[in-house]
Design a protein around this ligand. Structure first.
Ligand SMILES: CSC[C@@H](O)[C@@H](O)C(=O)COP(=O)(O)O
Length: 364
């Protein structure tokens, strides 16, 4: 998507053909900075410390990490070791394991002297594929937005609530939950987006709001607890969120707080959609609550908040007593029964084993 009048992806290969450049998301919306990363250790840090984040982008970044390892040491042992090193950076988003598995599956049969070149090529393809998947999700979600717009008085915007950042910053381009929003805007369908701030790291306030502002999408930032109230008053037409891992039975794991939005949506008959590319489906798990590992992040993310001071400095402030302990589960699971539909690259699936099997029969 564009930043100013220049098109950016969130990650791209540097001119040296060996390192990557990424948008460093830690400093948005206050500072737009690009970092060059050329080592596996650097890739691991960027994922773990969330310079890059969002399930699809984590996967693509890891794929480039494998390529860097192959350029250094293309042996089987090194391939297995880099899989382990990168796999442990963040536990919940399945796209990480999907990309690592895909790289290893592709590289293992190749002679070692061909692996580096082939690995960079495959990582680049995975990045390109992500853009295509998101564009298709956008088209499928656009049909839903159009149908809602058609039922509203002419000219009134479709009010969409989203949680966290499942935007282009969370992918290579377009985003998942935001792709239908961007396509609707391009098509001239009026939309208005309620952006959940998404404590503790505020991906909504910092990233989604920045994306919406940058693309001229009318939006309003709300605190995480406001969504239920707005739904009770008929001010939300639909919810669209992303997901870090969706089970073969349609349970959806996403940023902490998503479940509460789904409960409020069900109680108020607001359609609750989840947008996801197929690499986000974990076909090996069925019961999301029992089987998906939930990342427990640092308590500091709860007790300390980043922002920009009046003097223009990006700084962190403490918001709770020094001695108060904090807990920080980063994701929660929304049971399939609360999900109206899964917007995939192939169409909108029912959030159920049957629905996903019908959409992806080759996985059945
Ligand atoms: C298209 S991104 C889907 C999810 O990855 C997104 O909603 C989310 O929860 C991101 O969490 P984050 O902790 O910022 O990586």
């Amino acid at each position: 998507m564009n930043v100013g009048d220049r098109h950016y992806r969130t990650i791209w290969l540097s001119d040296d053909g060996r390192s990557v450049e990424i948008i460093d998301q830690r400093w948005l919306p206050h500072d737009f900075s690009v970092e060059r990363i050329g080592t596996v250790a650097g890739i691991a840090t960027a994922i773990r410390d969330m310079w890059v984040r969002g399930a699809p982008l984590i996967g693509v970044t890891a794929a480039y990490g494998v390529a860097m390892q192959m350029a250094d040491d293309p042996s089987d042992a090194a391939l297995d070791a880099v899989w382990e090193t990168l796999h442990e950076t963040r536990p919940t988003a399945i796209n990480l394991r999907w990309a690592l598995d895909e790289m290893r599956r592709f590289l293992k049969p190749l002679p070692t002297e061909q692996r580096a070149e082939a690995a960079y090529q495959r990582a680049g393809e995975i990045a390109d594929e992500d853009v295509g998947l998101n564009r298709a999700i956008g088209e499928n979600g656009l049909a839903i937005i159009k149908a809602i717009a058609a039922r509203k008085p002419k000219g009134e915007p479709v009010n969409i609530l989203t949680h966290c950042n499942a935007g282009w910053l969370a992918t290579v381009d377009y985003g998942t939950a935001t792709a239908p929003i961007y396509l609707a805007t391009e098509a001239g369908i009026p939309v208005h987006v309620y952006v959940d701030e998404t404590r503790p790291r505020n991906q909504g306030a910092q990233l989604t709001a920045w994306e919406m502002a940058g693309h001229g999408v009318p939006h309003t930032l709300i605190v995480d607890n406001a969504g239920g109230h707005l739904m009770q008053r008929g001010e939300i037409d639909m919810v669209i969120v992303g997901t870090d891992r969706t089970t073969a039975d349609g349970d959806v794991c996403n940023k902490i707080g998503t479940y509460l939005k789904a409960l409020a949506a069900a109680d108020n008959d607001v359609p609750f959609y989840v947008a996801l590319p197929s690499p986000t489906i974990d076909w090996t798990v069925h019961d999301g609550l029992a089987e998906i590992p939930i990342e427990q992040r640092s308590a500091d993310e709860v007790s300390l908040v980043w922002g920009k001071t009046a003097a223009g400095e990006i700084a962190q402030v403490r918001i709770s007593p020094e001695t108060t302990p904090a807990a920080n589960p980063a994701f929660d699971v929304t049971p399939a029964r609360l999900v109206t539909g899964l917007i995939t690259e192939r169409g909108v699936a029912k959030a159920s084993r049957e629905g996903l099997k019908a959409m992806f029969p080759e996985r059945g």
